[in-house]
Design a protein around this ligand. Sequence first.
Ligand SMILES: Nc1ncnc2c1ncn2[C@@H]1O[C@H](COP(=O)(O)OP(=O)(O)O)[C@@H](O)[C@H]1O
Ligand SMILES: [Mg+2]
Length: 398
Amino acid sequence: MQRTVLVLAASVYQLDAIRTARRLGYRTVTVDNRPENPGHAMADASYTVDTTDRDGVLEVARRESIAGIVSPCTDVAVPTAAYVAEQLGLPGPPFKSTLITCSKSAFRGFLKAHKFACPATFDIDPTFEPEPGLFDRKWVVKPNRSSGSKGVVIVDSRASFDRALHSSLAFDPDRTGVLEEFIGGVDGTCEGFLRDGRIAFSLLLERVTAPAPHVATHGHRVPIRLSPVDRKRVLETIREVLRALDIVEGPFDCDFIVRPDDVVILEISPRLGGNSITPLVRASTGLDLTELTLRSACRDEVAIPTDVEERPAGLVLLGTSRAGVLALDLDEVERLRLESWVVYLELDATPGTAVEAFIDGRKRVGEALLTGASREQVDERAAELLRRVNVRALEAHV
Ligand SMILES: Nc1ncnc2c1ncn2[C@@H]1O[C@H](COP(=O)(O)OP(=O)(O)O)[C@@H](O)[C@H]1O
Ligand SMILES: [Mg+2]
């Protein structure tokens, strides 16, 4: 009999999971509050239920007698997946832990309580009054429960804080956020998979970000430029944090910053990473994390290779530095697609349409996955691709 997997959300970011689930032979059910989202059309059954409506999703899960539940590439749905899994005795992270990992404020409190490295942090709301002298160094304003760098801004003066505050908090359902000290260091992301409390697979990626004061992820590169000792420090810290959260099985996605004396975990979430990290992991290591995640969510046998080779690769997210009318070189896009080192190059906006500046994840206009013989070559090719596609925003004629 065909077993059913429930995929939370059905936007473009979940298509890979929905496709993979079907390819693996699972009956695939989606829930999402937007019936027009593209994933529903691919699923065997779909429901218009908000992914944060825990009891609504539980009802669907019961009705569909699901074998497993996943929340790929979306943070807000992770507690729902955990809640449903706990209620039905299916694999999933502890619900209690997901309430910590999906709240920046709660996660900072957790780091402090467990004596992990943590930047100085204030919980903020629209009435927050920064103490005088605070802005003699840089800080970061963030909405509490949000993702994709929406509303995350670096501030270095009272005036820039005041400008950022309200628009940032608008991304949080309760209008709360955090103001935390800016940390300098190597920006990285770790994509991994846990088995019986052990990190059975991990890949460290270097994160390329938008120019300050913004922080949106503009891409990832493999291998990360860290010494073997630093890599070990990162993985050790992640292991300890996951252990303290009692998360022992399944995928995780972690953003961190490496400083000379410590590793700061910015965020960690028991789900597959967004920003097309899964195709990048596949291109670099051959491992399909989506497949692993679905199979382990349904308690099917998973085989994780022990010695994974890390081939140089890069993911480039395309966007414009300011708002305007999108322009890019379509002939070059076609030529680039024929290059042996371009795995794929996709556009999700058409030249001539209005675009906003690429300051958060939703404002991207396309992406490319590329490979190289070395990290240097990956960086050169990423720069070449950006130069040749020449994505820009033109002034709108009024
Ligand atoms: N304290 C900090 N110091 C330096 N950079 C930071 C800090 N906090 C966040 N960032 C940058 O901002 C990005 C987004 O912040 P994050 O907390 O991960 O929010 P989101 O949930 O929107 O991804 C991070 O990936 C990192 O590049
Ligand atoms: Mg993040």
